[in-house]
Structure formats: structure tokens, C-alpha cells
Design a protein around this ligand. Structure first.
Ligand code: HPA
Length: 235
């Protein structure tokens, strides 16, 4: 057990797939894994360990924002000997250059957040994905005939804001989209020498207010789930 995860040592696989939403973790476990066990449900943040094509994998939610993913990824890396975390989430596009359902493989996460500085003394405002996961996602996408665009993204603390302009940090680091978790995940992995990547599906186009509808969401996210599961086989 760790402070926020009630699984026993050994009940979590070396590779963890991490959606934001606990019900999405359950969806992956129900639809893609066999021999599934619910190994933690503290705070309704479900962690399931099972097998995908014979390989042991854990899926568990991060919750929303840096504090939440910061806690779960740190405890997984330090108390459960997890080597690789692949976040699978959604993002908002800052322009119509991206389309709904586009899949992104994050190169760097840029943020105004002080998380990395105050946690680990990392002063950079853009942190790269860590280790080999990013390359394995690209390889796997090519094998599956999927286009996973390599891009920098803005990791923001803020969902609602007064000013509709694209934030300065996103312009400076050439970020076409925004989400709220990758920067803290990459910071933890950099500090601890672990693998971390983030795959995102564009769920909304901010300037036009277009959104993936509730009934399109399941199929849209399935593609990203399959990409992450097939990538996990390579670890
Ligand atoms: N902002 C931040 N995170 C998001 C968004 C957004 O517009 N859409 C999906 N995740």
C-alpha cells in the first residue's frame, strides 16, 4: 500500500496505462484485458491489473490536473516499481489546424506551473517525454497504420480563463493543443529516471467550440487505447 493506492506490492504491473477518468480505466479493463483484478479503489481511483495478449498491464486513473497525476505517478514509480507510465487523455486544440479525433504523441509539455521547480528543482518550463515510450508509440502507430502526430503541448493548471487568446507559453513553445497533466508526469519521470509518454485525442476545438459528442467519444478513445496497449507489449 502507498498513501493513495491500496494495491499490495506486486499487484501492479511494470507498465501502467493512465487515463484521467476512473470509468475509462474500467472500460479498458472490461473491453481489452483478461484475468482482470481490481487492485485499488481508494477514492474511486480504480486500478485494474490484467493481461493484454498475455502481457501483464495495469490501467489506473490519474484524476485531473498536476496535483492528482503527480501523486499517483510518484507512488507508482517509487512504491510499486513501475517503469513506464503512458497517459492517455484528451486535449483541446488552440486552432483549426488540428481536427476532432486527431491523435497526438507528446514531445514536450510546456507549462507556467511551478510544479517541477518546487518538487524537483527542474527550472525548465517545457519538459520532454521520458525514456523510450515516445519512440515505441511512433513505431506502433506506424505498424497499425495510425497517424499519431508528434507535437509539443501546453499543460495548463487552468481550464476556464478570462482571456480567450492563446497563452504566451503555448505560442512560444509551438503548442497546438492544451491538456492538464503531462508536465507533472514528465517531471516525475525525469527526476526518477523512468519512462513516461502521453497520447492525446483531440476532443474539442477551442475557437469553434466543436466537441466530440458523448456517443462518438467511446469509438474515438478506443483507437488511442489500442495504440497504448499495443505499445505496452514492447516493454
Ligand atoms: N483545456 C484543458 N484540458 C483539456 C481541454 C481544454 O480545453 N480539453 C480536453 N482537455
Amino acid at each position: 500500500m502507498s498513501v493513495h493506492i491500496s494495491a499490495k506490492k506486486g499487484e501492479i504491473a511494470k507498465t501502467v496505462l493512465m487515463p484521467g477518468d476512473p470509468l475509462r480505466a474500467k472500460y479498458i479493463a472490461d473491453n481489452f484485458l483478461t484475468d482482470v483484478e481490481l487492485v485499488s479503489k481508494t477514492r474511486n481511483i480504480f486500478f485494474f491489473t490484467g493481461k493484454y495478449k498475455g502481457k501483464e498491464i495495469t490501467v489506473g486513473a490519474s484524476g485531473m490536473g498536476f496535483p492528482s497525476i503527480g501523486i499517483y505517478s510518484y507512488e507508482l514509480f517509487t512504491e510499486y516499481e513501475v517503469e513506464t507510465i503512458i497517459r492517455i487523455g484528451t486535449c483541446g486544440a488552440y486552432s483549426t489546424d488540428l481536427k476532432l479525433f486527431d491523435i497526438l504523441n507528446v514531445q514536450k509539455a510546456a507549462s507556467e506551473s511551478t510544479y517541477a521547480k518546487f518538487a524537483w528543482g527542474i527550472e525548465d518550463d517545457a519538459i520532454s517525454n521520458q525514456g523510450t515510450a515516445f519512440d515505441k508509440i511512433n513505431e506502433t502507430a506506424a505498424e497499425l497504420g495510425l497517424n499519431a502526430k508528434p507535437v509539443n503541448i501546453h499543460s495548463s493548471d487552468i481550464f476556464y480563463r478570462k482571456d480567450p487568446a492563446v497563452p504566451e507559453i503555448a505560442v512560444r513553445h509551438n503548442c497546438p493543443a492544451v491538456e492538464m497533466e503531462a508536465f507533472a508526469l514528465f517531471a516525475n519521470a525525469q527526476h526518477l529516471g523512468k519512462n513516461a509518454a502521453t497520447i492525446l485525442t483531440v476532443s474539442d476545438i477551442i475557437p469553434t467550440h466543436e466537441q466530440i459528442s458523448a456517443d462518438q467519444r467511446e469509438q474515438a478513445l478506443r483507437t488511442m487505447m489500442e495504440l497504448s496497449l499495443e505499445t505496452a507489449l514492447k516493454f
